[in-house]
Write a protein of this length. Sequence first.
Length: 208
Amino acid sequence: MKGVSTTVPSRVPWIVTGVALVAVIALVLFQASRSATDGGPADTGAPMGGAAMGGAPLGGGSGGVDIASMSPQEKADRLFNRVMMYASEGKTDSAAIFAPMALQSFEMLGPLDVHARFDVGLVSIVAGEYGKAKVQADSILQKNARDLLGLTLAYRVAEVSKNSAAASDFAKRLIAAEPGERKTARDEYTAHSSDIDAALKEARARKP
């Protein structure tokens, strides 16, 4: 993953409820396959002992992980995994605390690649920052209008924003693009295959 050039506010509103939270949980189910294929640091659930932007304790306890001593990439991976874990477990308060830290960590990295933009988009959705997630989806699709991660993210943003027309459009585009794009065997498609598959299943089940 690379970095993110967007500016992240110090306080991110938490507005993911109801249907939106269900969609977010679907988004984070890909994490198991990502940990196996991506090679990023696994989040074991141990409390973290350092703040994302400094060394202030976050979790406490002698077993805490001092993320202040990590590289920027490791820090972003660790915080991303923590946000996704809390969101998948329905721990919305905890996810809301870590989401701004994760976004700030991505800011400290270099230019975004597709994989990083998708990850930032997921965290932004969890944080209720749908506009930021849409920016990431749009940026991916500007380079490749058939990109499966871009279409998946755009579809999810439309869903949580309750934009039925846009969701239907992106669902159709995702279904149409999938056969050809999957043949490219891109690494990010493999890492996020379960998330793409979940979006495709929902897209195909949508009423015309």
